[in-house]
Ligand binder design. Structure first.
Ligand code: HEM
Length: 512
């Protein structure tokens, strides 16, 4: 399980307090300088970046409050860069599509993410990004990968349901978020590497890798709020020393998998584990081999690990919030259960039912699709995202952005804006996504930003929906889920993804 951010929070708060005092005069200088910028108009300043540390426990609600006052605003930050935050759909469209070439991950993100993400699709821009996007988009659209991944999701959904059935029979509550993390990790790892990691079944090696991977991604996030992380990295102390150790564990395991698969392929022997060569690693080995004639281990490590990273916590988090919503809205849970029973082979066992959830069956489940989308509107897996500006620009709202400035957009806050979704924006209402015939009605991706938008829109969106629909249908077809403690408050933990703090403890009762 990932190391908790709260362990670091008190120290960070003290450091932030000292830092606030130390740089007050510096910020005052910036205010004067920015105020005197002349013809250029910048968004209003509503605080400093240090307020984020102060509000860390409720960071996204803090931003939501600020966005209710200003659609676009600024937080003052040390250094020359401006930090601009927006919930304006026209600005979001501008940075993600219209002026795409002028905004990207940039050096600041690459700097922080590079040790773990390397040159993978998540961390890079320009030609490096284009090349990976092209190969991966092609692979993701092939029938073979879709069928292979569908089978993996069906098997893991059934495995998860058997674990739930055991706990239901024993009347034992369970942490569903932890179970979903394992199930999605096993799924994406099999699709990526062609190997069953077996964390759901308790494999030691798989669990060690998964824990190191979770810790590493959390330590990477700390770099975004720790101004001194480079010093700690240089001295190899604290979180940075722990990060280095976790990356070593991750790398050893990943290189072992790549080497084994490359050897098998060069021997011409059959792939092990799943008995298939439809996994992404095999496809990338073939693609890179045919170009260069040799296996580039570092390149393969980066690209495949990025896809594991992209598909794991995002999907698990979305499913955990979805199940939380199902417990809060039992009438929606009932409707989905009925829809699920009608979509697959309702009279069969868990395994047969799961297998019967073909793409055709899933496409019929409009209400489930709407409920998952409504969950992501209110609880987007990536609640806050950013792009670096590469050259001076003017946004559609008339505000200027300078080279090197960072523009943040906020899916979590945007999902809660009355001006975007109406007076009932806070209400969980899947019906808002359905037309009069009950068919799913998509929204502009610049308004519903959970999957980003434009040329860098999530590559795994269809995969994610398929997996979430299979898991949700199998669980709700066979069980009634309830919160173990109906009165306990549920909050998020500030991590890269929107994680439920303290987990999601549910009880399950088998449906007759
Ligand atoms: C509910 C589940 C998911 C959500 C909400 C989600 C959301 C996102 C978001 C917001 C981004 C943009 C991140 C950024 O660059 O700043 C992204 C990118 C990406 N996602 Fe997903 N994702 C999900 C599942 C998946 C899955 C299952 C996969 C793979 C099988 C995947 C693969 C990717 C890849 C490869 C990118 C990088 C695209 C690029 O930079 O061109 N995602 N996703």
């Amino acid at each position: 399980m990932a190391t908790g951010m709260p362990e670091c929070s008190p120290a960070m708060l003290v450091a932030a307090g000292l830092a606030v005092l130390a740089i007050c005069s510096y910020l005052a200088t910036i205010v004067v300088r920015h105020g005197a910028a002349g013809a250029q108009r910048y968004p209003p300043v509503v605080g400093t970046v240090f307020h984020q540390v102060y509000h860390l426990r409720r960071l996204h609600d803090y931003f939501t409050d600020l966005f209710r006052e200003h659609a676009t605003f600024r937080l003052l930050a040390p250094g020359g860069r401006r930090q601009i935050y927006t919930s304006d759909t026209a600005v979001v469209e501008h940075i993600l599509r219209t002026n795409f070439a002028n905004y990207g991950k940039g050096a600041s993100n690459y700097d922080k993410m590079g040790d773990l993400f390397g040159d993978g699709i998540f961390a890079v821009d320009g030609d490096k990004w284009k090349q990976q996007r092209k190969i991966a988009s092609y692979d993701f659209s092939t029938r073979a990968l879709r069928d292979f991944s569908g089978g993996v999701f069906n098997r893991n959904a059934a495995k998860l349901a058997h674990i739930v059935a055991g706990n239901a029979a024993a009347k034992q509550p369970m942490d569903f978020q932890a179970l979903l993390m394992k199930a999605t990790m096993d799924s994406i790892f099999t699709i990526a590497f062609g190997v069953d990691l077996g964390t759901l079944s308790g494999s030691d090696e798989g669990s060690r890798f998964a824990a190191a991977f979770d810790d590493a991604s959390e330590f990477i996030l700390l770099r975004y709020v720790d101004a001194f992380w480079k010093v700690s990295r240089f001295l190899n102390v604290g979180a940075e020393a722990a990060l280095r150790h976790r990356i070593k564990v991750v790398d050893e395991f990943v290189y072992k998998c790549i080497r084994a698969r490359a050897d098998e392929m060069s021997d011409g022997s059959k792939a092990h584990g799943t008995g298939s060569k439809d996994d992404l690693l095999s496809r990338f080995i073939l693609a890179t081999n045919s170009e260069t004639g040799k296996v580039d281990y570092k390149y393969l490590r980066d690209i495949i690990l990025n896809i594991v990273m992209a598909g794991k916590d995002t999907t698990a988090g979305a499913l955990a919030w979805f199940l939380y919503m199902m417990c809060k809205h039992p009438e929606v849970q009932e409707k989905i259960s009925k829809e699920a029973a009608g979509a697959g082979d309702a009279t069969s066992s868990i395994d047969d039912y799961s297998r019967s959830l073909t793409e055709e069956a899933l496409n019929k489940m409009h209400y489930l699709h709407a409920a998952l989308t409504e969950t992501l509107r209110l609880y987007p897996s990536l609640p806050l995202d950013n792009k670096e500006c590469f050259s001076d620009d003017v946004l559609p709202n008339g505000f200027s952005v300078g080279k090197g400035d960072i523009v943040f957009y906020a899916p979590y806050a945007m999902g809660r804006m009355e001006r975007l979704w109406g007076e009932d924006t806070i209400a969980f209402r899947p019906e808002r996504w359905l037309d009069e015939c009950g068919e799913f009605l998509p929204e502009s991706p610049f308004k519903f930003t959970a999957f980003q938008a434009g040329p860098r829109i999530c590559l795994g969106k269809e995969f994610a929906y398929r997996q979430m629909k299979i898991f949700a249908a199998v669980l709700l077809r066979f069980f009634v889920l309830e919160l173990h403690d109906k009165y306990a408050s549920v909050n998020y933990r500030t991590m890269i993804t929107l994680y439920i703090d303290q987990g999601l403890h549910l009880t399950a009762t088998a449906r007759c």
